[in-house]
Design a protein around this ligand. Structure first.
Ligand code: SF4
Ligand code: SF4
Length: 401
């Protein structure tokens, strides 16, 4: 595993960003010639498997950010790797990044995006006849146009939840073609359901360069996923972690935040995980995430905070799928739980509404089903949560975007 820890700054790093960062980060100090003490971020880098990408262990999940100034500050502070997707904010996320990065040298940042084909069943994750190679190629061309780039560094097959989908010949053909054309330097797949099987499929495929997987201290399958991650990393697959904050809050009212530094450290202590993409929407959050590189050791208080958070149901559904055969209406319960987390954990109504519309847009999905038969191992009262979040479907989009 290639890891290095240094204090080096990017050549274009702006003193204003450093000043602001250092003041908050409590990092190593440098004396400048006017005797003022400035602080410089500590950066731990890991190589992304067998790729030539060597990035800080903390990267920038852009998904929920629509603030180009924030992303620019992150870039100038030392963030290198930015993660978006074709579907985020109906394309505005990619467009924002394209506008921002067009004025920087293409090799000064690492850009990852994701596409998924049409006709994916939200309940089973299976592909229908509309899930064609062409749908991938068409969507990715749109992504490149929005990004104003000739290529991306990592192109993920977005949201894979079964082995069959991971290895679907028409998908592999599409991604292989894009790689050979030089439009995607590396191919990955992202997974936030049935992760262990999907990572195993990546290992067996001899095709995927990178896996982006959900992993956090509250994940019920964390040990198994980490075992698969170890095997994949050993094989040279780059590993990127997402959903590291486990929903961000323990409660719907957002009165009990999860200790995000502790949650991120928990993930990054595993050196088989090469970088992480916590979603960032605010400056102080950006500083807080970046500062975990000062020390990945958990303090006693941080350990206690994580233990406490593990005991409550919280907002994070880890997609274990146990609810799916139990629901009388065969609802994709895990997807509604994701919309619930977007709404109450992240306050990201835009993403929640997009997801709800993909699920059919009903504001009363349970309908006449009066007695809920679903028992969720996390203790979620799923019918309550579904009907709570589904109300958002009735809100006009212009009021939430
Ligand atoms: S709602 Fe509960 S049972 Fe269903 S996938 Fe999420 S954690 Fe598993
Ligand atoms: S109440 Fe809703 S979630 Fe529960 S079984 Fe009925 S349809 Fe499924």
């Amino acid at each position: 595993m290639g890891e290095n820890r240094n204090f080096s700054r990017r050549g274009f790093l702006r003193s204003s960003a450093i000043g602001a960062a250092g003041a908050l980060m409590g990092t190593s100090t440098l004396a400048n010639d006017s005797n003022r003490i400035r602080k410089e971020p500590v950066i731990i880098k890991r190589k992304l498997g067998k790729t030539d990408i060597d990035v800080p262990v903390v990267s920038f999940g852009v998904m929920r950010s629509d603030n180009a100034a924030l992303v620019k500050s992150a870039f100038e502070m030392g963030f290198v790797h930015f993660d978006t997707a074709n579907s985020y904010q109906e394309g505005r996320n990619e467009t924002m990044l394209g506008e921002l990065f067009k004025s920087y040298p293409r090799d000064s940042f690492v850009l990852a995006t994701k596409v998924y084909p049409d006709d994916i069943d939200r309940q089973t994750g299976a592909m229908g006849p509309g899930a064609t190679k062409e749908s991938i190629l068409t969507k990715f061309e749109t992504s490149l146009k929005r990004l104003q780039m000739n290529y991306v560094d990592i192109l993920y097959f977005h949201g894979v939840s079964t082995r069959e989908v991971a290895l679907a010949p028409q998908m592999l053909e599409a991604f292989d073609e894009l790689k050979k054309q030089g439009k995607a330097r590396y191919i990955g797949m992202s997974t936030h359901q049935n992760e262990a099987d999907v990572i195993q499929a990546a290992i067996d495929s001899n095709f995927y360069d990178v896996v982006l997987t959900a992993i956090n201290f509250k994940h019920s399958q964390a040990d198994l996923i980490k075992q698969k991650i170890a095997v994949a990393a050993e094989k040279g697959i780059g590993i990127v972690a997402m959903k590291t904050m486990a929903g961000g809050f323990m409660d719907r009212e957002r009165q009990r935040p999860i200790n995000c530094s502790a949650a991120l450290k928990w993930v990054l202590q595993d050196t088989n995980i090469h970088t992480s993409i916590p979603g960032i929407v605010a400056y102080d959050q950006m500083i807080q995430n970046f500062s975990v590189m000062e020390s990945l050791e958990l303090t006693e208080k941080e350990k206690a905070d994580l233990e406490e958070a593990k005991l409550v149901a919280g907002l994070y559904c880890d997609g274990c799928s146990q609810c799916l055969p139990q629901c009388k209406k065969k609802l994709p319960v895990h997807e509604y739980m994701r919309a619930y987390m977007y709404t109450y954990g992240y306050r990201h109504f835009d993403n929640a509404l997009t997801l709800l519309q993909e699920l059919g847009g009903s504001s009363n999905p349970c309908g006449d089903c009066r007695v809920c038969t679903v028992i969720c191992p996390k203790g979620f009262r799923v019918a309550e949560r579904i009907n709570d979040v589904a109300r958002l479907s009735d809100v006009p989009r212009e009021l939430v975007v």
